[in-house]
Design a protein around this ligand. Structure first.
Ligand code: ADP
Ligand code: MG
Length: 381
């Protein structure tokens, strides 16, 4: 389909089609920017791009869901920061160019099944798909880790969105059937096989625009920086995630009450990530579920990034006998929950959680089954 659409648009078939994944973070929320370990997985919801060099010095960009198109001059990549839809693509081109990649003019057609603005990181999928396609067409050697770092740099430096490295890393480096235990301080990573037995992971989108996200996200980053700088007067810690829970208790008096609770989320979430990895390695799904619940409570009470909609979705899920655990995933203030659900109760789960959520919030939730897929790949012709 995408190849035909490409030909209709640009007159020839694409040279290649690449697919970059959206991601779900299973556990380890709001600790990537504190140097913690996180546990994301790449999703089969993805951003596909069909691409072909066009012999000019321009990128011509279209998307299957948009009428607008973009023309980006590769000599002036710094000039497109204000574009609404295309700044991610332009930012990636700009950042690759700055990093010394050879770029050639290309025609590109994007088709994205990651819902936009739902916390499953459509932005990272767009960036990674763009970066991979442009790097390949320019004949550059590819290192997926480096591409992830450059994509993150594009989102932060060019698009002005604060973000950790997790999203781009997972989108580029995901592996089918595995989560990625990623150390955000060192970028070391380990694949953790996920055997869900008779369960599935269900994503529920609360369908609320996360308007508070940018300001609150930055506020939390500042609060964790404050915690680290107050504590490091007495404790030599390189990042907040290196702080042990007992150390936090010992030096609690150094921190204002709110800052203490933020730090308590970080230290407790780091412990949960490690326990979750152990639970998954041991095939203990009920412990995995309990850790999801504990993570949500910590994000709700200590970190205060959930909000009425996400709390309602999680609470409705906790009521269901077929659900082993549920929590918000992503940055919060909107977006999705992820729930571990028995496969034979799946229909009930979706019907009952959806109905309960509608009754309490007046909004319809959207549900997706999370299939854990590969990160960036080239599709067969
Ligand atoms: P997410 O949580 O999914 O990463 P973001 O807000 O970070 O959400 O990224 C989604 C952004 O992608 C939107 O702000 C939108 O401007 C941009 N975008 C890029 N391409 C498209 C497209 N083809 N259709 C809709 N939005 C797009
Ligand atoms: Mg995003």
């Amino acid at each position: 389909m995408i190849r035909e659409r490409f030909r209709q648009l640009y007159g020839e078939y694409p040279a290649a089609v690449y697919s970059a994944a959206g991601r779900v973070n299973l556990i380890g929320e709001h600790i990537d920017y504190c140097g913690g370990k996180v546990l994301p997985a790449a999703l089969s919801l993805c951003c596909r791009v069909a691409v072909r060099p066009n012999g000019t010095n321009f990128l011509r960009i279209s998307a299957t869901d948009l009428e607008q198109t973009a023309l980006i001059d590769l000599c002036r990549t710094e000039d497109y920061r204000d574009l609404r839809w295309w700044k991610y693509h332009a930012g990636v081109a700009h950042t690759l160019k700055q990093a010394g990649y050879v770029l050639v003019g290309c025609d590109l057609l994007f088709d994205c099944t990651v819902p936009f603005g739902s916390g499953l990181s459509s932005s990272a999928a767009i960036e990674v798909a763009t970066a991979y396609a442009l790097a390949k067409m320019g004949g550059n050697a590819i290192d997926k880790r480096e591409l992830a770092v450059l994509c993150r740099e594009a989102e932060r430096g060019y698009c002005g969105v604060s973000c950790g490295i997790m999203d781009q890393f997972a989108s580029a480096n995901g592996k089918k059937g595995c989560a990625i235990l990623l150390d955000c301080a060192t970028l070391e990573s380990e694949y953790i096989p996920i055997d869900l037995k008779d369960c599935v992971l269900v994503l529920a989108d609360c369908n609320k625009p996360h308007s508070l996200l940018a300001s609150k996200y930055n506020e939390r980053i500042r609060e964790t920086e404050t915690a680290q700088s107050l504590l490091s007067r007495r404790l030599p810690i390189g990042c907040l995630a290196a702080l042990q829970p007992y150390e936090l208790e010992e030096y609690r008096r150094l921190l204002p009450a709110v800052i203490y609770r933020r730090a308590r989320h970080v230290t407790s979430e780091c412990m949960r990530v490690q326990r979750c990895v152990n639970a998954l390695k041991a095939g203990d799904l009920s412990l995995f579920g309990e850790l999801l619940n504990a993570s949500h409570r910590s994000l709700r009470d200590d970190y205060e990034v959930t909000g009425f909609e996400l709390d309602t979705l999680a609470e409705e899920a906790w009521e269901r006998p077929e659900c082993l655990g549920s929590r918000m995933t992503g940055a919060g203030f909107g977006g999705c929950t992820v729930s571990l659900v028995k496969r034979d109760g799946l229909e009930d789960f979706i019907a009952r959680v959806g109905a309960g959520y509608l009754k309490k919030t007046g909004r319809e939730a959207s549900f997706y089954i999370a299939e854990i897929a590969d990160g960036i790949i080239e599709e067969d012709a």
